[in-house]
Design a binder for this molecule. Structure first.
Ligand code: ADP
Ligand code: MG
Length: 316
């Protein structure tokens, strides 16, 4: 089973569209896929044609440990299951604030299940709070959805620091594997410049021990396509709505690429040989307590607002 968290703390960059359509393409190919809605806005749930008001609570119940993962997942298409969300999920962060081990509730819930899935995709909320931490603690792969416009890279440093902290403290298997450029305008020059910037940034991390040392930009960009914007309002995936449009073609290719990823990763050998220090420094705050939610201070030199050393105080 592969568990992939699709994240970006910015909203409107294409996370939910990506989860729905990659999952639908894999399910159509006969793989068993579950998609988990961890965003109180419930866009994933709505996009798959389920009314958030019609469910009792879905992911909220799983996170507050009042229901089992298997009890809350719904079969929404052949081979495609959904852990739905509704607005109740807003309350989960505050309700869990004093629960020890609150970052790993989702992981434990999935592990207790029968693991009948080939893939689990987690659609994250546009924040780096407790819901996203639960997604990162449960996943082995992080896929960052980016819209390559002006300011696209702003905030990427903080996002990567969060992944790095989770990797070092809670989930050593977590790696940033993929960056997917969504809502891509191929006629403009800026998206290609953004792509080149990210490539350079990733290249600097190769051979280091950081969580994105093996990350790659997916070779297929998701072009801006009106059909992708229309499909959610019909509660349909792009393949149900208009299977021959650019959006369907792009997501089919990305799904194929992720599914057939070459396991013998040449970079892994390179990393094993070199293992230099991650270019973003993690600085532990003095006197932290690793058992109960320690606070980490992180400094980064790249892609943080104002290019100043940034501090990150999300409690992990
Ligand atoms: N490639 C695309 N072309 C055109 N519109 C898109 C594309 N991808 C997503 N959208 C639309 O952009 C909006 C934001 O996408 P969404 O996937 O909901 O982002 P996020 O989950 O990051 O908030 C939605 O209205 C969606 O339908
Ligand atoms: Mg979304």
């Amino acid at each position: 089973m592969r568990t992939i968290a699709v994240l970006n703390q910015k909203g409107g960059v294409g996370k939910t569209t990506t989860v729905v359509n990659i999952a639908a393409a894999l399910a159509a190919a006969g793989l068993k896929v579950a998609v988990l809605d961890l965003d109180p806005q419930s866009h994933l749930t709505i996009h798959l044609g389920v009314e958030p008001e019609s469910i009792e609570s879905g992911s909220y119940k799983v996170l507050t440990q009042s229901a089992l993962f298997e009890e809350e997942i719904l079969l929404v298409r052949p081979n495609l299951w959904l852990l739905p969300a509704n607005i109740n999920l807003v309350g989960a962060e505050s309700e869990l604030v004093s629960v020890v081990g609150r970052e790993t509730i989702l992981r434990e819930a999935i592990e207790r299940g029968e693991s009948k899935f080939d893939y689990i995709f987690i659609d994250c909320a546009p924040s780096l709070g407790l819901l996203t931490l639960n997604a990162l603690a449960a996943a082995e792969e992080a896929l960052i959805a980016l819209q390559p416009h002006f300011l696209a890279l702003q905030g990427l440093g903080k996002l990567l620091q969060t992944v790095e902290l989770v990797n070092k403290r809670i989930n050593p298997s977590l790696k940033v594997k993929w960056i997917l450029l969504c809502i891509f305008d191929s006629r403009a020059s800026l998206p290609n410049e953004v792509r080149a910037d990210i490539e350079k940034f990733l290249k600097d991390a190769r051979g280091t021990d950081c969580a994105w040392a093996e990350a790659q930009i997916l070779p297929v960009n998701i072009r801006r396509n009106i059909k992708l914007a229309e499909a959610p309002s019909y509660g349909k995936t792009i393949f149900e709505y208009e299977q021959n449009c650019h959006g369907a073609e792009d997501y089919r290719k990305v799904a194929e690429f992720i599914a057939t990823e070459n396991k013998k990763n040449l970079l892994a050998t390179e990393v094993a040989e070199k293992k230099e220090q991650c270019p973003i420094k993690i600085v532990e705050a003095a006197g932290t307590n690793s058992q109960e939610a320690s606070t980490g201070r992180v400094t980064a030199d790249l892609y943080t607002e104002g290019k100043e050393a940034d501090t990150q105080s999300d409690r992990i």
